[in-house]
Design a protein around this ligand. Structure first.
Ligand code: GLN
Ligand code: ZN
Length: 748
């Protein structure tokens, strides 16, 4: 046991420096802001590496930084930006990189998808036939040079070629992206050789797809890749994470790499590793990189000792995955109670745990300080409302859809192609400022509420001007759709600075579940009620769904997501009932993250999905059939779980579709979905304004897949990241296009 290392540190910076510099650069792309951007990268990297050295990790991990997303950075670094932009892909500029991520002029941004079972999003590579990869990954080579100044051994990390290929899609006339592998490997070989020439001994090639059960063609791709890379690369640490690759283990360990990294958290049996080859390094990911709880050091040491008694290979100790999904540092948290703090561990603390385990094992100390973990308070799954009733299946069944719509007359009396939005409107500087003043105690609650009410009233007036049919209140009271619920539901803890990157400059601050979840007060009712009082148009109530709240929170270790979903669903059921009691005629239960909790192995999907449907029904069935239930989903591979989405049995689904080229419509059509659907007609993550023609074209396309009386018109997602001027133009065009479509006979 001679190495303690991590797979990567959060790249946003200890105080979200990356976010702030990105936003300032995008607002004003000058040579000064560009210089600041590169300077910030340098500072973020140096600070992280200095800390790694100080905390006695044996390697600085270099290559975990990315200006927007590491999939895009790898692709761009190898020369693989999509050709359709017309960039010089051999030496792409930072602006080319951002334009591919965010769209430019008439060129749509690359697709954005959720990264494995996490809330991180990556940009989907587009592989075309004859594609070449001729760039030198200069940013990575620069970072290696920068890290050398720290004078500590370096290990370079990089997304592996087969995962990079798997995560992408065929574009244009390419029929199978595996065909691109040989040219991609040429590029990897060149880059790896250059890394080796810089004196780097180890490279961590990350193949998170190894945790899936891969079809034969992808196993062959892995073998081909690693056979070719081995000879011209630094020593390769083949790195899998997010789960132990049970099914692929025998195959993986036969690949020609100098070592392997496995995630052995979550009760992975040590026995599985008994047959590990003695001539390869084994890196054990024993400190969980996905949760925020302290490691049980005694248990970890015991497990590694057991493993050491069974195998003879050199062992390294590490985190289970890169630390991308945890906040940087717990020590700066002021509001967390001391008793809870003793149970928590963020990025820096996880490094300390890795080092402690390694040092303990090397020095053979017999006791370990601070290893006794505070026990979690026993949970009670029946906490909350209605849980007793919910034991009986029949209480959460709604009337069937065709009977429901007859009762939904007051809201369903809408024109053909009803227009709406997904919920949020711009979170302006002004709104953020008054929220921050209020939180710091520099603005009274009365003033805060008055200001927010005037924002809601402004948003209601705006929607009337655009001519939308179903309104929203705009979510001005929410800093974030999960954090806000975390603040108002008993059992969650909100950190001050526990930010994690979602993609680019977007960060979230996941609440931490630390005890049973229960309803203590209405969460959204005040704002919905106020908004509805300002207009005769129906205003949708807006609630974050149970699985999204859980998947975007840090959960307790001792409770399964199933148990917690019953608790949170009970809380939301109460909220939705209150909304209805206060006159809301339509409630949207957002579930954009429903797919994220899916286990990596397909055979375990069903159990998770059936719980998700159950949780959703608990929320949606407490109200009468005459109240319309909407849901919203976005930026995930929903194609594979369309059946489950249908089972949610909502009256209306609004779903991101423009950004991903309406790909989902076919699966919805095929599985016989009979309810209403609003496929997004423009991408809201791009600052580009959709033209009337563009929206109209999409509407017409939608009519070829879905009967016109079941179509809603809405953007891909909420508008909180856009400016008012963008929203004004985009929604005006969306409504204009809808009016034209209403006048024309849809082409079916
Ligand atoms: N209602 C939320 C909003 O409009 C939905 C956001 C999401 O899907 N991530 O912001
Ligand atoms: Zn969305």
């Amino acid at each position: 046991m001679n190495i303690a290392h991590i797979l990567g540190f959060p790249r946003v910076g200890f105080n979200r420096e990356l976010k702030f510099i990105l936003e300032s650069y995008w607002k004003n792309r000058t040579s000064e802001t560009k210089e600041m951007l590169f300077k910030t990268r340098k500072e973020i990297c140096l600070k992280a590496w200095r800390m790694q050295k100080l905390l006695r990790l044996d390697f600085l991990t270099v290559g975990d930084f990315s200006f927007y997303d590491h999939v895009l950075s790898t692709l761009c670094g190898l020369g693989g930006l999509p050709k359709r932009y017309g960039f010089n892909v051999k030496s792409p500029s930072i602006d080319n990189y951002f334009d591919a991520a965010r769209g430019i002029n008439n060129f749509k941004a690359m697709d954005l998808k959720k990264w494995f079972n996490t809330n991180y999003h990556y940009l989907v590579p587009e592989y075309t036939s004859g594609m070449e990869f001729n760039a030198e990954f200069t940013w990575l080579l620069e970072e290696i040079d920068l890290a050398k100044a720290i004078q500590h051994p370096i290990k370079v990390c990089m997304l592996g070629p087969v995962s990079l290929l798997w995560l992408g899609k065929e574009y244009g006339d390419l029929s199978n992206r595996v065909e691109v592998l040989p040219r991609l490997l040429e590029a990897y070989k060149r880059v790896l050789m250059n890394i080796k020439l810089k004196g780097v001994e180890w490279v961590q090639l990350e193949e998170p797809i190894a945790s899936f059960s891969l079809p034969a063609v992808w196993r062959i791709a892995l073998r081909t890749a690693y056979e070719q890379l081995a000879s011209c690369s630094p020593k390769i640490l083949f790195t899998s994470y997010y789960a132990f690759p049970t099914e692929m283990y025998t195959f993986i360990k036969s690949l020609p790499a100098a070592g392997f990294h496995f995630d052995i958290t979550n009760n992975v049996s040590i026995n599985q590793l008994e047959t590990y080859p003695s001539d390869k390094v084994l890196s054990v990911g024993i400190v969980n990189g996905r949760d925020v709880w302290k490691n049980d050091l005694k248990r970890s040491i015991h497990r590694i000792e057991r493993l050491r008694s069974k195998i003879r290979s050199e062992m390294w100790v590490s985190t289970s995955c890169p630390l991308l999904h945890v906040p940087c540092d717990l020590s700066t948290e002021g509001k967390v109670s001391e008793s809870l703090k003793r149970k928590l561990s963020f990025g820096v603390q996880k490094i300390q745990e890795v080092v402690t385990i390694k040092e303990h094992l090397t020095s053979q100390m017999s006791t370990i300080a601070g290893s006794s973990l505070v026990k979690e308070t026993h949970f009670n799954p029946r906490v909350g409302f209605y849980t007793e009733d919910l034991e009986s299946e029949c209480c959460f069944k709604r009337l069937n859809y065709l009977d429901r719509i007859k009762l939904q007359k007051p809201i369903s009396n809408l024109p053909i192609y009803p227009t709406t939005t997904v919920g949020s409107f711009p979170q302006t500087e002004h709104i953020r400022k008054i929220r921050s003043l209020f939180k710091k105690g520099n603005l009274s609650q009365k003033e805060y509420i008055t200001t927010l009410k005037s924002e809601v009233s402004f948003i209601i007036k705006k929607q009337a001007v655009y001519g939308l049919d179903v309104f929203v209140h705009g979510e001005v009271e929410r800093n974030d759709m999960v954090e806000y619920f975390g603040e108002l539901v008993e059992g969650f803890m909100i950190t001050e600075n526990g930010w994690i990157q979602s993609f680019g400059s977007r960060c979230t601050k996941p609440p931490i579940v630390f005890k049973d979840l229960s309803f203590i007060r209405p969460i959204t009712v005040y704002w919905s009620k106020y908004a509805q009082s300002l207009t005769n148009k129906p205003v949708k109530g807006m609630v974050t769904g149970p699985m999204t709240i859980l998947n975007w929170s840090f959960l307790r270790k001792t409770q399964t997501i199933q148990e917690l979903s019953l608790q949170i669903a009970s809380v939301l059921r109460k909220e939705v009932t209150l909304l209805e009691n206060h006159g809301t005629r339509a409630v949207q239960v957002d579930e954009p993250a429903i797919r994220e909790g899916l286990p990596l192995l397909y055979e375990n999907w069903n159990q998770y999905l059936s719980w998700s449907v159950k949780a959703f029904h608990i929320v949606s069935s407490g109200i009468s059939a005459s109240t319309q239930i909407h849901t919203h989903l976005c930026y995930s591979e929903f194609g594979e779980i369309v059946d489950t989405l249908v089972k949610l049995d909502t009256d209306v689904i609004s779903i991101e579709a423009a950004r991903s080229n309406m790909f989902l419509l076919e699966p919805f059509k095929e599985c016989g979905f009979t309810n209403e659907i609003g496929p997004g007609v423009y991408d809201i993550h791009s600052p580009m304004i959709p033209s009337v023609e563009e929206v109209l074209l999409r509407v017409k396309y939608i009519t070829t897949c879905i009967p016109k009386e079941r179509i809603w018109i809405n953007p891909d997602c909420g508008l909180k990241t856009r400016t008012w001027s963008q929203v004004d133009k985009s929604l005006a065009n969306m409504v204009k296009a809808t009016k034209v479509a209403r006048l024309q006979e849809p082409t079916i």
